[in-house]
Design a protein around this ligand. Structure first.
Ligand SMILES: [Zn+2]
Length: 149
């Protein structure tokens, strides 16, 4: 499994994460055939407040699907930032993810974007598997996985 980010997408995600720091940012990944051509910012609205919790509401999901359809593309997944935390999914992320989508996480430390990773939820929703993230020729940070799953 791999997710490709076309030129400008990784920068847009990093910029969004830096702008919203110390809060989390989130957005939709729109493209086709496993290649993201557009990162679309979504409002981060949760009951717990924006700082700690990333959640895509059903209406965000519908908006993102509509936006993708308008561009003749598909909703491939979602991205969000982890302010001052590693670019690995949290238990909260696991509990609120949908299968079949890619979840890109960018770590932002002291306002500066760091590693970016991509994950997919297993169909039984038990765990995330990391997938390769390809950034239009740039080398991406990859968190080493343990075991052979
Ligand atoms: Zn998260």
């Amino acid at each position: 499994m791999a997710l490709a980010l076309q030129a400008g997408v990784a920068e847009a995600i990093r910029r969004h994460g830096a702008e919203t720091y110390p809060n989390e940012c989130c957005g939709a990944l729109i493209g086709r055939d496993g290649a993201v051509s557009h990162a679309s910012a979504l409002p981060n609205t949760t009951e717990e407040g924006p700082r700690r919790r990333f959640r895509v509401r059903p209406e965000d999901y519908r908006d993102a699907e509509r936006l993708a359809a308008e561009q003749g593309a598909e909703l491939l997944g979602f991205y969000h930032s982890h302010p001052d935390h590693p670019a690995r999914p949290s238990q909260y992320d696991l509990d609120h993810a949908w299968p079949f989508f890619s979840y890109v996480i960018v770590s932002v430390r002291a306002g500066a974007p760091q590693d970016m990773t991509s994950w997919r939820l297993r169909e039984d929703r038990s765990v995330f598997d990391q997938e390769e993230l390809l950034d239009a020729g740039q080398q991406m940070g990859v968190v080493p996985t343990t075991g052979h799953g």
